[in-house]
Design a protein around this ligand. Structure first.
Ligand code: PMP
Length: 288
């Protein structure tokens, strides 16, 4: 059996074997994407930024007009309990909430809401300093007037899936996505940072997720005395940047070596600032 489907899962307050945690095909979340989730890392048995993730989880549901009835504290406690029951030290936690089977009307009003927490083993990897390659995606982040862009809503991952598959089909590691106005936004499951002359630049998160790793990196940078500028970034600005890196729960902090656009390739050969930030992040997560 696929490794992620083994062990124990928490669902609506109960812990049951993974293989018994099934949903009906006639299910609102499956048909209309009334579903939100989280991705959380566990390092050496400790859940990283648990409160921030479960707070965002509840907010994500509210953006989609439904409620996760469990408190942040309960979700944190239950995730910790489940981690111990599954006997995992380095893991990925996947809380998910979705509207169920009460109605197949399209609205989420008066729907039954299910909440589950799954988790699986995720070994921590060493820092990949050599840098990945990105291609500028033909897919853009949606207009904030067209989608709940600050929710970690399953529906929005249709765009990430398409952009990531497109980048793989073109032999790149990942995609750089623009927003609907053509400004640099983020990657498929991570935020983006640039460095120019020792100053950190990152797009304003007005049409995409303000990542918890992004906020952690901004705090680290400030604690190191590095100036952080949140601003509008155009593709043409990339000419002047010396470093580029992505941040996210899954990728952690990942230098970018090269971004390929329609008629231009930008190279980022320096690692001075990203290496310094990584060192602090490593201390926070691995504890040394
Ligand atoms: N943007 C998208 C689309 C993501 O899926 C993620 C991963 N959750 C991020 C940004 C980074 O967020 P975080 O640092 O909270 O993982």
């Amino acid at each position: 059996m696929f490794e992620k489907l083994k062990g124990w899962i928490w669902i609506n307050g109960e812990v049951i074997p993974c293989e018994e945690a099934n949903v009906h095909i006639i299910n609102h979340g499956l048909h209309y994407a009334s579903s939100v989730f989280e991705g959380i890392r566990v390092y050496g048995g400790k859940i990283f930024k648990a409160k921030e993730h479960f707070e965002r989880f509840k907010k994500s549901a509210n953006y989609l007009n439904f409620d996760v009835s469990f408190s942040v504290e309960t979700l944190m406690e239950q995730a910790q309990r489940l981690l111990e029951k599954n006997n995992l030290q380095d893991a990925y936690i996947r809380p998910i909430a979705w509207c169920g089977t009460r109605s197949m009307k399209v609205s989420t009003n008066h729907m039954d809401v299910n909440v589950a927490i799954a988790l699986w083993n995720w070994e921590t990897k060493p820092y990949a300093n050599e840098g990945i390659s990105l291609v500028v995606s033909s897919w853009r982040r949606p207009d904030p007037r067209s989608a709940p862009v600050h929710s970690k809503a399953a529906g929005l991952y249709m765009i990430s899936s398409l952009a990531k598959a497109e980048s793989e089909n073109k032999n790149f590691d990942d995609a750089l996505m623009l927003d609907c106005a053509g400004n640099v936004a983020e990657s498929t499951v991570s935020n983006v940072f640039f460095v120019k002359n020792g100053v950190l630049y990152t797009p304003i998160p007005d049409s995409f997720l303000n990542g918890i790793t992004r906020l952690t990196v901004i705090d680290i940078a400030k604690s190191l005395g590095i100036e952080v500028v949140e601003t509008t970034i155009l593709l043409s600005d990339m000419e002047n940047f010396q470093e580029c890196f992505l941040t996210g729960t899954a990728l952690e902090i990942r230098p970018v070596q090269k971004i390929t656009g329609e008629d231009h390739v930008w190279n980022f050969n320096e690692r001075t600032i990203v290496d310094k930030i990584w060192e602090k992040f490593h201390q926070m997560t691995r504890g040394f």
